[in-house]
Design a protein around this ligand. Structure first.
Ligand code: ZN
Length: 481
């Protein structure tokens, strides 16, 4: 019994060895001697980095035995766009004589490069109590997404600021910089509206408020406080101080001055009266001059002409008259050679301009300004030695006219070329006298544009603006001819 058992076991063992040997022989034949397509290296699935070159993987295939493998023909189909992330399928057909085999390859174009963060600023970088950094610039660039600076986040870790950014493929870029808690920057506060505001007595002051921003706290507009107030029922200068503090107690302030002025129709005897006068118009600039005068309820005087440039502005002259300004007579022709040749010529010209004004306004003015002023010497070139200014200054008064020269020259006809120059020439001439008659020309835009500044200065410094009347204080030059 025992022997038999051993015999059976031996049988099984031999059979197994036989099968095994057969298999080994078969495999050896298969691997080394059977002709077939042989792939030494072929990836059915590969990743390729964005923007790198893709090349077909066909060199490592041959047909034959292990010992003698020959080149095959390769047909590739399908293209890979490495400028776009995604999955692409490429099909290879390998052929040798009439044998063919086809293989698919999945090519994944991926972005596995991390974005790069750069900081433009000196270490340690400043950060606020709320963790927000400031005073430096953050740049983040990614090989695929480009500029992703706006996606950078930062957090404070111990004494460092840790910047992080993730690109659209999930690659993370990290940068650490030394940081320091430090907020010494003041909030920025800005007034809405003008820093000087002029309102007539008993007018309404409307608070325009201000805005404030801070490097750490952002918008602080609703934290602004205003010190001071305006009493619209009392003339004077009022100071409003706008203040704002950031969370680190840095304070900024700005100031607005409000002037409550009284526009009076009558010159004050002991006050400082300014008579703005404008010669040679009306012109295309007179309309906007009237707008400014109206805004401040200031009355002025226009010594008008009938020169070519005044054509088409009769309605402006009418408006000036209707709005309470004084229309004075300058000259119809403004032609020195004619008007100063003799008395008849002068009065012919004067009555011509008076007729024009009367035709337009219904009123015949009796207030006069001589072209060149009462002190002019140019008239001596045309009057044949008759000293016509000496005669005229008496003759106009004998006929009931009243002439006015000036004691403040804006120099808009001799030297000043800008509004700023005109304004400062006038402003610097104003002092504590009772009467200032200012010479300007409303045919010059830069001179017209200086008027608002002059008025603002005057109103805020106690001057009263008046139009010339027949009984206004006399301002007359010395006669030189
Ligand atoms: Zn003139």
């Amino acid at each position: 019994m025992e022997e038999k058992k051993v015999q059976i076991d031996k049988k099984i063992l031999f059979s197994l060895i036989g099968i095994l040997s057969f298999l080994i022989i078969f495999l050896i034949i298969y691997f080394f001697f059977l002709p077939r397509f042989r792939f030494s290296d072929f990836d059915e699935k590969i990743d390729i980095s964005f923007a790198n070159d893709f090349s077909y993987q066909s060199d490592n295939v041959c047909y034959g035995t292990f010992f003698n493998c020959e080149k095959v023909k390769v047909l590739e189909e399908g293209s890979v766009d490495t400028s776009k992330l995604g999955s692409y399928k490429v099909t290879y057909v390998f052929s040798y004589n009439d044998k063919k085999i086809s293989k698919d390859q999945i090519v994944n174009v991926v972005d596995n490069e991390s974005p790069v963060i750069e900081i433009n600023g000196e270490e340690p970088l400043n950060y606020c109590a709320n963790g927000k950094g400031y005073g430096y610039k953050v740049l983040a660039t990614d090989n695929y997404d480009g500029d992703i600076s706006d996606k950078v986040t930062s957090k404070i870790v111990d004494d460092k600021i840790v910047f992080e950014v993730v690109d659209s493929s999930g690659n993370k870029g990290i940068l650490e910089k030394k940081g320091i808690l430090n907020d010494k920057e003041l909030p920025i506060i800005k007034l809405n509206g003008e820093s000087s505001v002029f309102i007539p007595l008993n007018g309404e002051y409307i608070e325009a408020n201000a805005t404030a921003t801070d490097n750490c706290d952002g918008d602080l507009t609703n934290k602004i406080t205003i010190d001071g107030s305006v009493d619209e029922t009392k003339t004077g200068e009022y100071k409003l101080v706008y203040k704002v503090k950031d969370s680190n107690n840095n304070e900024s302030s700005t100031t607005r001055y409000v002037y409550v002025y009284q526009a009076s129709d009558y010159p004050s005897l002991d006050g400082k009266n300014v008579y703005l006068t404008f010669d040679d118009g009306p012109s295309k600039y007179t309309g906007k001059l009237l707008d400014v005068l109206k805004k401040y309820n200031v009355k002025a005087t226009f010594f008008v002409t009938d020169q070519g440039l005044t054509k088409g502005y009769d309605d402006v002259l009418k408006r000036a008259y209707d709005e309470g300004h004084t229309i004075g007579l300058h000259s119809a022709s403004h032609n020195y050679g004619y008007i100063y040749s003799n008395l008849d010529a002068y009065f012919n010209d004067l009555y011509a301009i008076q007729d024009k004004v009367k035709r337009i306004t219904g009123f015949a003015p009796m207030i006069v300004r001589f072209p060149g002023g009462g002190s002019n010497t140019i008239s001596a070139n045309y009057d044949n030695g008759s000293h016509i200014m000496s005669m005229l200054t008496k003759a106009v008064q004998a006929k009931g006219f009243r002439y006015f020269d000036w004691n403040v020259d804006s120099k808009d006809a001799n030297g000043a070329k800008t509004s700023a120059q005109v304004a400062s020439n006038v402003i610097n001439s104003l002092g504590n006298k009772n009467t200032y008659v200012v010479l300007q020309h409303d045919i010059k835009e830069f001179s017209v544009d200086a008027v608002e500044t002059i008025i603002q200065f005057g109103l805020s410094h106690g001057y009263s603006f008046q139009a010339l009347k027949m009984d206004s204080p006399r301002v007359e030059h010395r006669i030189n001819n």
